[in-house]
Design a protein around this ligand. Structure first.
Ligand code: TXA
Ligand code: MG
Length: 351
Protein backbone atom coordinates (compact mmCIF):
# COMPACT_ATOMS: atom_id res chain seq x y z
CA UNK A 1 0.00 0.00 0.00
CA UNK A 2 1.22 3.49 -0.71
CA UNK A 3 1.20 5.74 2.34
CA UNK A 4 0.45 9.41 1.69
CA UNK A 5 2.61 11.70 3.79
CA UNK A 6 1.20 15.17 4.32
CA UNK A 7 2.91 18.01 6.15
CA UNK A 8 0.59 20.23 8.17
CA UNK A 9 1.63 23.21 10.26
CA UNK A 10 -0.11 22.80 13.66
CA UNK A 11 -0.09 26.57 14.18
CA UNK A 12 -1.63 27.42 10.85
CA UNK A 13 -3.84 25.08 8.81
CA UNK A 14 -7.33 24.99 7.35
CA UNK A 15 -10.17 22.47 6.90
CA UNK A 16 -9.14 21.80 3.30
CA UNK A 17 -5.79 20.37 4.45
CA UNK A 18 -7.51 17.78 6.65
CA UNK A 19 -10.05 16.75 4.03
CA UNK A 20 -8.29 13.65 2.72
CA UNK A 21 -7.46 12.44 6.25
CA UNK A 22 -11.14 12.81 7.21
CA UNK A 23 -12.29 10.88 4.14
CA UNK A 24 -9.88 8.06 4.98
CA UNK A 25 -11.11 7.89 8.59
CA UNK A 26 -14.75 7.89 7.48
CA UNK A 27 -14.12 4.92 5.20
CA UNK A 28 -12.39 2.78 7.85
CA UNK A 29 -8.86 3.62 6.74
CA UNK A 30 -5.91 4.52 8.99
CA UNK A 31 -4.28 7.92 9.54
CA UNK A 32 -1.31 8.58 11.83
CA UNK A 33 -1.42 12.05 13.39
CA UNK A 34 0.37 14.09 16.05
CA UNK A 35 -1.03 14.54 19.55
CA UNK A 36 0.59 16.52 22.37
CA UNK A 37 1.96 13.27 23.90
CA UNK A 38 3.07 11.01 21.02
CA UNK A 39 1.87 10.31 17.46
CA UNK A 40 -1.26 8.17 17.32
CA UNK A 41 -2.41 5.64 14.71
CA UNK A 42 -6.06 6.56 14.16
CA UNK A 43 -9.05 4.62 12.91
CA UNK A 44 -12.81 4.72 13.52
CA UNK A 45 -13.31 3.50 17.12
CA UNK A 46 -16.84 2.29 16.47
CA UNK A 47 -15.97 0.06 13.49
CA UNK A 48 -14.25 -3.29 14.07
CA UNK A 49 -12.87 -3.18 10.52
CA UNK A 50 -10.75 -0.14 11.43
CA UNK A 51 -9.53 -1.55 14.73
CA UNK A 52 -8.51 -4.84 13.18
CA UNK A 53 -6.42 -2.86 10.65
CA UNK A 54 -4.78 -0.99 13.55
CA UNK A 55 -3.78 -4.23 15.28
CA UNK A 56 -2.42 -5.64 12.02
CA UNK A 57 -0.38 -2.53 11.11
CA UNK A 58 1.23 -2.34 14.56
CA UNK A 59 1.63 -6.09 15.01
CA UNK A 60 -0.14 -5.57 18.31
CA UNK A 61 -1.73 -8.38 20.37
CA UNK A 62 -5.49 -8.00 19.99
CA UNK A 63 -6.11 -8.25 23.75
CA UNK A 64 -4.39 -4.88 24.22
CA UNK A 65 -7.18 -2.26 24.11
CA UNK A 66 -7.12 1.06 22.23
CA UNK A 67 -7.76 4.58 23.53
CA UNK A 68 -10.79 6.38 22.07
CA UNK A 69 -10.11 10.04 21.31
CA UNK A 70 -12.91 12.60 21.52
CA UNK A 71 -13.05 16.34 20.83
CA UNK A 72 -15.65 17.53 23.33
CA UNK A 73 -16.60 16.51 26.83
CA UNK A 74 -20.20 15.61 25.93
CA UNK A 75 -18.92 12.72 23.83
CA UNK A 76 -18.02 10.70 26.95
CA UNK A 77 -21.70 10.13 27.66
CA UNK A 78 -22.09 8.41 24.31
CA UNK A 79 -19.20 6.04 24.90
CA UNK A 80 -19.00 5.62 28.67
CA UNK A 81 -21.53 4.27 31.12
CA UNK A 82 -21.55 5.67 34.68
CA UNK A 83 -19.46 8.82 34.59
CA UNK A 84 -18.72 9.56 38.26
CA UNK A 85 -18.47 13.00 39.83
CA UNK A 86 -14.72 12.50 40.24
CA UNK A 87 -14.35 11.68 36.57
CA UNK A 88 -16.26 14.86 35.69
CA UNK A 89 -13.92 16.89 37.86
CA UNK A 90 -10.84 15.33 36.27
CA UNK A 91 -12.23 15.95 32.79
CA UNK A 92 -12.88 19.60 33.67
CA UNK A 93 -9.40 20.00 35.13
CA UNK A 94 -7.25 18.17 32.58
CA UNK A 95 -9.12 17.92 29.26
CA UNK A 96 -8.17 18.64 26.62
CA UNK A 97 -4.80 17.24 27.63
CA UNK A 98 -2.53 14.27 28.34
CA UNK A 99 -4.91 12.26 30.55
CA UNK A 100 -6.86 9.11 29.63
CA UNK A 101 -9.72 7.82 31.78
CA UNK A 102 -11.10 4.28 31.96
CA UNK A 103 -14.90 3.94 32.19
CA UNK A 104 -17.42 1.13 31.88
CA UNK A 105 -18.18 1.02 28.16
CA UNK A 106 -21.49 1.56 26.39
CA UNK A 107 -22.73 -0.96 23.88
CA UNK A 108 -21.82 1.10 20.80
CA UNK A 109 -18.13 0.60 21.56
CA UNK A 110 -17.15 -2.73 19.98
CA UNK A 111 -15.10 -5.31 21.88
CA UNK A 112 -12.53 -5.16 19.08
CA UNK A 113 -11.66 -1.63 20.28
CA UNK A 114 -11.53 -2.55 23.99
CA UNK A 115 -9.60 -5.79 23.56
CA UNK A 116 -12.62 -7.74 24.84
CA UNK A 117 -12.94 -5.66 28.04
CA UNK A 118 -16.18 -4.15 29.38
CA UNK A 119 -14.31 -0.89 29.99
CA UNK A 120 -13.17 1.77 27.55
CA UNK A 121 -10.24 4.21 27.63
CA UNK A 122 -11.14 7.79 26.61
CA UNK A 123 -8.97 10.84 26.03
CA UNK A 124 -9.51 14.36 24.71
CA UNK A 125 -6.20 15.48 23.19
CA UNK A 126 -5.18 19.14 23.12
CA UNK A 127 -3.07 19.08 19.95
CA UNK A 128 -4.78 21.31 17.35
CA UNK A 129 -4.40 18.77 14.52
CA UNK A 130 -5.74 15.89 16.64
CA UNK A 131 -8.66 18.04 17.82
CA UNK A 132 -9.62 19.22 14.33
CA UNK A 133 -9.31 15.74 12.86
CA UNK A 134 -11.84 14.37 15.35
CA UNK A 135 -14.17 17.36 14.94
CA UNK A 136 -14.06 17.59 11.17
CA UNK A 137 -14.34 13.85 10.50
CA UNK A 138 -17.06 13.38 13.11
CA UNK A 139 -15.32 10.12 14.00
CA UNK A 140 -14.34 8.99 17.50
CA UNK A 141 -10.76 8.06 16.77
CA UNK A 142 -9.26 4.90 18.28
CA UNK A 143 -5.54 5.59 18.43
CA UNK A 144 -2.73 3.66 20.00
CA UNK A 145 0.77 5.09 19.68
CA UNK A 146 1.81 4.95 16.00
CA UNK A 147 4.78 2.61 16.44
CA UNK A 148 5.36 -1.04 15.72
CA UNK A 149 4.33 -2.93 18.86
CA UNK A 150 7.25 -3.10 21.32
CA UNK A 151 9.27 -0.23 19.80
CA UNK A 152 9.58 3.23 21.40
CA UNK A 153 6.53 5.43 20.78
CA UNK A 154 6.91 7.98 17.97
CA UNK A 155 7.55 11.60 18.87
CA UNK A 156 8.27 12.72 15.28
CA UNK A 157 6.68 11.85 11.92
CA UNK A 158 10.05 10.28 10.91
CA UNK A 159 9.55 7.65 13.63
CA UNK A 160 6.10 6.81 12.26
CA UNK A 161 7.49 6.58 8.73
CA UNK A 162 10.22 4.24 9.99
CA UNK A 163 7.66 1.83 11.48
CA UNK A 164 4.48 2.16 9.40
CA UNK A 165 5.29 3.44 5.91
CA UNK A 166 3.52 1.18 3.39
CA UNK A 167 1.21 -0.26 6.05
CA UNK A 168 -1.31 2.57 6.55
CA UNK A 169 -3.18 5.06 4.33
CA UNK A 170 -1.73 8.32 5.56
CA UNK A 171 0.74 9.99 7.91
CA UNK A 172 0.21 13.61 8.93
CA UNK A 173 3.56 15.23 9.67
CA UNK A 174 2.92 17.96 12.21
CA UNK A 175 6.50 18.14 13.49
CA UNK A 176 7.86 17.02 16.85
CA UNK A 177 5.34 16.57 19.67
CA UNK A 178 5.57 18.60 22.89
CA UNK A 179 5.46 16.12 25.76
CA UNK A 180 7.03 12.98 24.36
CA UNK A 181 5.56 10.41 26.80
CA UNK A 182 2.13 8.78 26.52
CA UNK A 183 -0.82 10.10 28.54
CA UNK A 184 -1.43 9.34 32.20
CA UNK A 185 -4.08 6.59 32.42
CA UNK A 186 -6.53 6.81 35.31
CA UNK A 187 -9.14 4.16 36.02
CA UNK A 188 -12.24 6.02 37.23
CA UNK A 189 -14.59 3.04 37.13
CA UNK A 190 -14.31 2.51 40.94
CA UNK A 191 -14.62 4.80 43.98
CA UNK A 192 -10.97 5.80 44.20
CA UNK A 193 -9.19 6.67 40.95
CA UNK A 194 -6.23 4.40 40.17
CA UNK A 195 -3.27 5.39 37.98
CA UNK A 196 -2.57 2.57 35.52
CA UNK A 197 0.19 4.35 33.59
CA UNK A 198 2.19 7.38 34.84
CA UNK A 199 2.50 10.39 32.53
CA UNK A 200 2.73 14.16 32.40
CA UNK A 201 -0.30 14.55 34.72
CA UNK A 202 1.13 13.36 38.04
CA UNK A 203 -0.53 11.71 41.05
CA UNK A 204 -0.16 14.97 43.00
CA UNK A 205 -1.92 16.93 40.25
CA UNK A 206 -4.82 14.45 40.23
CA UNK A 207 -5.04 14.47 44.04
CA UNK A 208 -5.41 18.21 44.08
CA UNK A 209 -8.64 17.79 42.15
CA UNK A 210 -10.20 14.59 43.55
CA UNK A 211 -8.41 13.72 46.80
CA UNK A 212 -6.99 10.23 47.26
CA UNK A 213 -5.58 8.51 44.18
CA UNK A 214 -4.04 5.03 44.10
CA UNK A 215 -1.25 3.75 41.89
CA UNK A 216 -1.48 0.30 40.30
CA UNK A 217 1.17 -1.76 42.17
CA UNK A 218 2.31 -3.29 38.87
CA UNK A 219 3.79 0.00 37.67
CA UNK A 220 5.84 0.92 40.76
CA UNK A 221 9.10 -0.58 41.88
CA UNK A 222 12.32 -1.50 40.21
CA UNK A 223 11.88 -5.24 40.16
CA UNK A 224 9.46 -7.08 37.99
CA UNK A 225 6.75 -8.29 40.37
CA UNK A 226 5.88 -11.80 39.35
CA UNK A 227 2.41 -12.17 40.84
CA UNK A 228 1.07 -8.73 40.05
CA UNK A 229 -0.62 -8.32 36.70
CA UNK A 230 -0.81 -4.78 35.28
CA UNK A 231 -4.39 -3.49 34.95
CA UNK A 232 -3.56 -1.69 31.72
CA UNK A 233 -2.92 -4.69 29.49
CA UNK A 234 -0.33 -2.73 27.49
CA UNK A 235 1.88 -2.28 30.55
CA UNK A 236 2.61 -5.99 30.78
CA UNK A 237 4.30 -6.25 27.39
CA UNK A 238 8.00 -5.69 26.71
CA UNK A 239 8.11 -2.13 25.53
CA UNK A 240 10.17 0.80 24.34
CA UNK A 241 13.23 -1.42 24.23
CA UNK A 242 16.21 -0.75 21.99
CA UNK A 243 17.80 -3.81 20.39
CA UNK A 244 20.99 -3.51 22.46
CA UNK A 245 21.38 -4.62 26.05
CA UNK A 246 20.42 -1.60 28.16
CA UNK A 247 21.15 -0.98 31.86
CA UNK A 248 20.31 1.93 34.17
CA UNK A 249 23.18 2.93 36.47
CA UNK A 250 22.19 4.36 39.86
CA UNK A 251 24.11 6.25 42.53
CA UNK A 252 25.80 9.62 43.13
CA UNK A 253 26.62 11.41 39.90
CA UNK A 254 30.40 11.03 40.30
CA UNK A 255 30.09 7.32 41.08
CA UNK A 256 27.72 6.75 38.18
CA UNK A 257 30.10 8.41 35.73
CA UNK A 258 33.06 6.44 37.09
CA UNK A 259 31.15 3.16 36.92
CA UNK A 260 29.89 3.77 33.38
CA UNK A 261 33.40 4.71 32.21
CA UNK A 262 34.72 1.43 33.68
CA UNK A 263 32.01 -0.58 31.93
CA UNK A 264 32.62 1.25 28.64
CA UNK A 265 36.33 0.51 28.89
CA UNK A 266 35.69 -3.21 29.45
CA UNK A 267 33.38 -3.40 26.41
CA UNK A 268 35.84 -1.51 24.22
CA UNK A 269 38.57 -3.99 25.11
CA UNK A 270 36.32 -6.76 23.86
CA UNK A 271 35.63 -4.83 20.66
CA UNK A 272 31.96 -4.31 21.53
CA UNK A 273 29.89 -1.30 20.48
CA UNK A 274 28.79 0.62 23.53
CA UNK A 275 26.78 3.82 24.04
CA UNK A 276 25.97 6.12 26.94
CA UNK A 277 22.70 7.95 27.57
CA UNK A 278 23.79 11.04 29.49
CA UNK A 279 22.42 14.49 30.27
CA UNK A 280 23.48 18.00 29.24
CA UNK A 281 25.20 18.34 32.61
CA UNK A 282 27.29 15.16 32.33
CA UNK A 283 27.76 14.37 28.63
CA UNK A 284 31.34 15.68 28.47
CA UNK A 285 32.54 13.46 31.31
CA UNK A 286 32.26 10.12 29.52
CA UNK A 287 35.11 8.38 27.75
CA UNK A 288 32.96 6.70 25.16
CA UNK A 289 32.70 7.10 21.38
CA UNK A 290 28.91 7.27 21.47
CA UNK A 291 27.47 9.61 24.09
CA UNK A 292 24.02 11.12 23.67
CA UNK A 293 22.40 13.75 25.86
CA UNK A 294 18.76 13.06 26.57
CA UNK A 295 18.09 16.56 27.94
CA UNK A 296 18.86 18.74 30.94
CA UNK A 297 18.29 17.72 34.55
CA UNK A 298 17.18 21.30 35.14
CA UNK A 299 14.19 20.65 32.90
CA UNK A 300 12.54 17.23 33.29
CA UNK A 301 10.27 18.09 30.36
CA UNK A 302 13.27 18.10 28.02
CA UNK A 303 14.20 14.59 29.21
CA UNK A 304 10.66 13.30 28.64
CA UNK A 305 10.63 14.89 25.18
CA UNK A 306 14.01 13.40 24.22
CA UNK A 307 13.71 9.86 25.60
CA UNK A 308 12.07 7.93 22.75
CA UNK A 309 14.13 9.65 20.06
CA UNK A 310 17.32 8.60 21.87
CA UNK A 311 16.11 5.02 22.32
CA UNK A 312 15.46 4.80 18.57
CA UNK A 313 18.82 6.36 17.81
CA UNK A 314 20.51 3.59 19.81
CA UNK A 315 19.21 1.14 17.20
CA UNK A 316 20.44 3.30 14.31
CA UNK A 317 23.87 3.40 15.96
CA UNK A 318 23.74 -0.37 16.39
CA UNK A 319 24.73 -0.07 20.03
CA UNK A 320 25.20 -3.52 21.58
CA UNK A 321 25.44 -2.23 25.16
CA UNK A 322 23.74 0.90 26.45
CA UNK A 323 24.27 2.54 29.84
CA UNK A 324 21.88 5.22 31.01
CA UNK A 325 21.90 7.53 33.99
CA UNK A 326 18.85 7.27 36.24
CA UNK A 327 16.34 9.95 37.22
CA UNK A 328 14.45 11.05 40.30
CA UNK A 329 11.41 8.82 40.75
CA UNK A 330 8.85 11.52 41.46
CA UNK A 331 6.60 13.88 39.50
CA UNK A 332 7.35 13.66 35.77
CA UNK A 333 10.44 11.64 36.73
CA UNK A 334 8.24 8.69 37.70
CA UNK A 335 6.85 8.55 34.15
CA UNK A 336 10.36 8.86 32.71
CA UNK A 337 11.70 6.10 34.97
CA UNK A 338 8.66 3.88 34.27
CA UNK A 339 9.50 3.94 30.52
CA UNK A 340 13.26 3.62 31.07
CA UNK A 341 12.87 0.64 33.40
CA UNK A 342 10.84 -1.16 30.74
CA UNK A 343 13.31 -0.23 28.01
CA UNK A 344 16.09 -1.68 30.18
CA UNK A 345 14.00 -4.74 31.10
CA UNK A 346 14.53 -4.00 34.84
CA UNK A 347 18.30 -4.14 34.45
CA UNK A 348 19.88 -1.95 37.18
CA UNK A 349 23.51 -1.47 38.17
CA UNK A 350 24.44 0.18 41.48
CA UNK A 351 27.43 2.51 41.34
O1 TXA B 1 -0.82 9.54 24.91
C1 TXA B 1 -1.44 8.55 24.58
O2 TXA B 1 -2.20 7.95 25.35
C2 TXA B 1 -1.25 8.02 23.15
C3 TXA B 1 -1.81 9.06 22.18
C4 TXA B 1 -1.80 8.60 20.75
O3 TXA B 1 -3.09 9.43 22.60
N1 TXA B 1 -1.85 6.73 22.98
C5 TXA B 1 -1.34 5.61 23.53
O4 TXA B 1 -2.03 4.44 23.20
O5 TXA B 1 -0.36 5.59 24.25
P1 TXA B 1 -1.44 2.98 23.44
O6 TXA B 1 -2.40 2.08 22.77
O7 TXA B 1 -0.05 2.92 23.01
O8 TXA B 1 -1.56 2.76 24.95
C6 TXA B 1 -2.84 2.56 25.53
C7 TXA B 1 -2.72 1.93 26.87
C8 TXA B 1 -2.31 0.48 26.81
O9 TXA B 1 -1.39 0.20 27.85
C9 TXA B 1 -3.65 -0.22 27.06
O10 TXA B 1 -3.48 -1.49 27.59
C10 TXA B 1 -4.35 0.74 28.00
O11 TXA B 1 -4.00 2.00 27.48
N2 TXA B 1 -5.80 0.61 27.97
C11 TXA B 1 -6.63 0.90 26.95
N3 TXA B 1 -7.90 0.59 27.26
C12 TXA B 1 -7.89 0.11 28.51
C13 TXA B 1 -8.89 -0.40 29.40
N4 TXA B 1 -10.16 -0.47 29.05
N5 TXA B 1 -8.49 -0.81 30.62
C14 TXA B 1 -7.20 -0.75 31.00
N6 TXA B 1 -6.21 -0.28 30.20
C15 TXA B 1 -6.55 0.13 28.97
MG1 MG C 1 1.86 2.31 22.83
Amino acid sequence: METRIQKIDPENFNDEELKTACEILKSNGLVAFPTETVYGLGGDALHPEASSKIYAAKGRPSDNPLIVHIADKESIYEIADEVSEKAEKLADAFWPGPMTMIFKKKEIVPYSTTGGLDTVAVRMPSHPIAMELIRQSGVYIAAPSANTSGRPSPTKAEHVIEDLNGKIDMIIDGGAVGIGLESTIVDVSGDIPVILRPGYITAAMLEEVVGEVKIDPAIVGKVMQKNIIAKAPGMKYRHYAPKGNMAIVEGDTDNVIRKINELVCAHKEKGQRVAVIATEETKDRYECDIVRSIGSRKCEGSIAAGLYDILREMDHLEAEYIYAESFENDKLGSAIMNRMIKAAAYNFIQA
